[in-house]
Design a protein around this ligand. Sequence first.
Ligand SMILES: N[C@@H](CCC(=O)N[C@@H](CS)C(=O)NCC(=O)O)C(=O)O
Length: 220
Amino acid sequence: MQLSLLAANVSGFVIDMIDLFTAATMNGRRAAFALAECGLAHRVHRLDLDKGDQRKPEFLAINSRGTIPAIIDENGPGGTPITVTQSAAIVLYCAEKSGKLMPQDPQRRMEALDWFMHAVTDLGPASSALFQLSLAPDKSATNINHFERRFLKHCSDIEARLQGRSYLAGEFSIADLALYPVVLARAALIEGTAGHSNLKGWKQRVAAREQIANALAANG
Ligand SMILES: N[C@@H](CCC(=O)N[C@@H](CS)C(=O)NCC(=O)O)C(=O)O
């Protein structure tokens, strides 16, 4: 990990540049996709989690919890620097800063927030539980089956919501952005499960979005 200059300065003009500290994980991708979809200029600092970059003093000075993602925006609210260290908060920060990803219509806006929370507080933790089980010394088939069924129950709710809709709030929003990295992380489980055709179609639509595809190709 290399911490470079936090604000680029060309011919006296400060470029509005955000520093992203990330890795190719569900939460890291969420932040990378948000910056890309919102068209916010950013520099990527990749951390090697296996080598423990997240526990190095220079990164702990950015996020004392020692987890990615984190962003530093030297040109934060009121022109003052800000650090944001939760993937969902980074999505909201990018949406607010850019005016993108949040529907203008009040009804749709609330729906976007509702499904955003579903992705972040229901599907995300269910996926993380499966990840933790894969690391556990005792890989109990009963436990894995329990959490897979829990994850797929949430997928069924998404499936119903996508009936007759291209995106969760009718237009591409924070909700789809937050959900996509979770679906990527559990792609094998979803693809290996019969049905869920709305969800599988949605996954293809999101994958085809230029900014998402570019961010995935660049950052993994
Ligand atoms: N709630 C946080 C979770 C962040 C998190 O757990 N990040 C993981 C990677 S996805 C991490 O940095 N793990 C390294 C570690 O815990 O040592 C978020 O959504 O950003």
